[in-house]
Write a protein that binds this ligand. Structure first.
Ligand SMILES: CC(C)(COP(=O)(O)OP(=O)(O)OC[C@H]1O[C@@H](n2cnc3c(N)ncnc32)[C@H](O)[C@@H]1OP(=O)(O)O)[C@@H](O)C(=O)NCCC(=O)NCCS
Length: 368
């Protein structure tokens, strides 16, 4: 039976010395459309057998199998940033950890919210999360389809100094659930660490739910600071603050690393807002050599084609940069500035940006 888990193992002299696995997942790409993706996870080679090419061999096998299953994309969360670029992966979504002092969290006057908030127990949150996530992920570029048991572990039990997880839901004026958040109030005997509210999960279907939930969480009695460890870079809450600078980004990191496995299948699987054509060359892709060559991408809101071309390309890019551009969150100008995209005519970089870029930025709220 195909359970969507595709393991790999590396043996030397009959001994198991390494393993990895690819999960058949689905990701939302610009359109929004849902595309099959092979998610690489649980990778390790025993210390005595590292740097002999075992991971490369497993990765190649996983790429070939994913292509055989018709998955045009691969992805992973990278433990170390220096390993996976050589296999064609590159960051395609980013995330931020931010902090906000409650005393600075004064909000602008805006339209009053019309729904209702409720603090609920874990049993209600376990029901609420899949409902909300299902609605979000259909339109949130970069979001992944979750395992059915993803939220089973939510509980009301206290966990050491982290304090118990608390759950907040929002309902619209008609009583329909449209937002959910998980947060903790950290406990500490030292006053400087006490009073921190950590928002570990937050999803809102409507702007009303978004504002109402942050209004409560940023002004929670007996707290001094609000921390959100993994949020999109373009957080609207910043623009709800009278002092936008009060939200301090304390860490910015790559999130999902993407790898285009089948270039024409991937580029025609997403949609584009503009009508234009772009020609580009991929010079090198030893693990997926079928991607190498010059391509013509012709896009319009109704139709997309990606075919080989003999024309002189507008630009040359590596497969990593194209993978970073794919979900629409990466700047073509930044990649050109880094020398990873080489334009061959004036305006080629701007045209590339216009073709790929999306707003808001892609984001995935969890890894695998
Ligand atoms: C990361 C790991 C799986 C790599 O396995 P491996 O079999 O040693 O990798 P390979 O020999 O196939 O290496 C392929 C390439 O990656 C490079 N590489 C491997 N691990 C690296 C690391 N930690 N940092 C930088 N480069 C690394 C190799 O030098 C090699 O480079 P090359 O293509 O230029 O020759 C292994 O080192 C490991 O298990 N590390 C600890 C656990 C871990 O980090 N797992 C990843 C979880 S996401």
């Amino acid at each position: 039976m195909d359970d969507g888990i595709h393991p790999q193992a590396a043996f030397v002299d009959g001994k198991l010395v390494g393993g990895s696995a690819m999960l058949s997942l689905a990701i939302t790409v610009p359109g929004p459309r849902v595309v099959a993706l092979g998610g690489v996870t649980a990778t390790g080679v025993v210390a005595t057998h590292r740097r002999r090419g075992l991971l490369r061999a497993m990765m190649q096998a996983m790429f070939d199998e994913a292509l055989g299953r018709g998955e045009p994309l691969a992805a992973l969360s990278a433990s170390e940033g220096g390993i996976y670029g050589r296999f064609g992966f590159s960051p395609a979504t980013m995330r931020a950890r931010w902090e906000l002092d409650r005393s600075d969290a004064r909000l602008i006057d805006c339209a009053p919210t019309v729904g209702s908030l409720e603090l609920v127990d874990a049993a209600v949150a376990r029901q609420a999360w899949p409902q909300i996530h299902q609605q979000i992920r259909r339109r949130q570029i970069g979001e992944l389809a979750p395992d059915p048991d993803r939220w089973d572990g939510l509980s009301d039990d206290a966990a050491g100094t982290d304090g118990p997880m608390r759950y907040l839901v929002h309902r619209d004026a008609a009583g329909n659930l449209d937002g959910v958040a998980n947060f903790r109030l950290l406990w500490s005997p030292s006053p400087e660490h006490a009073g921190t509210l950590v928002v570990e999960g937050f999803q809102a279907v409507t702007a009303d739910a978004y504002r109402a939930m942050w209004m409560l969480l940023t002004d929670f009695d007996l707290t001094r600071k609000i921390v959100a460890p993994s949020r999109p870079m373009d957080e609207p809450l910043r623009w709800m603050l009278r002092n936008p600078r009060a939200m301090r980004i304390t860490r910015q990191s790559d999130n999902l690393w993407l790898r285009i496995l089948d270039l024409p299948a991937a580029l025609t699987a997403r949609a584009y807002d503009t009508t234009t054509e772009l020609t580009f060359a991929i010079e090198d892709d030893s693990m997926c050599p079928h991607n190498v060559g010059a391509w013509r991408l012709a896009v319009s809101p109704d139709k997309v084609t990606c075919t080989r071309t003999d024309k002189r390309p507008d630009l040359t890019t590596d497969i990593q940069s194209l993978s970073s551009l794919y979900l629409g969150g990466m700047s073509a100008a930044v990649l050109a500035g880094a020398g990873r995209i080489r334009p061959h005519r004036p305006g080629a970089v701007n045209d590339t940006a216009r073709v790929f870029r999306v707003d808001p930025e892609p984001f995935n709220s969890f890894g695998f």
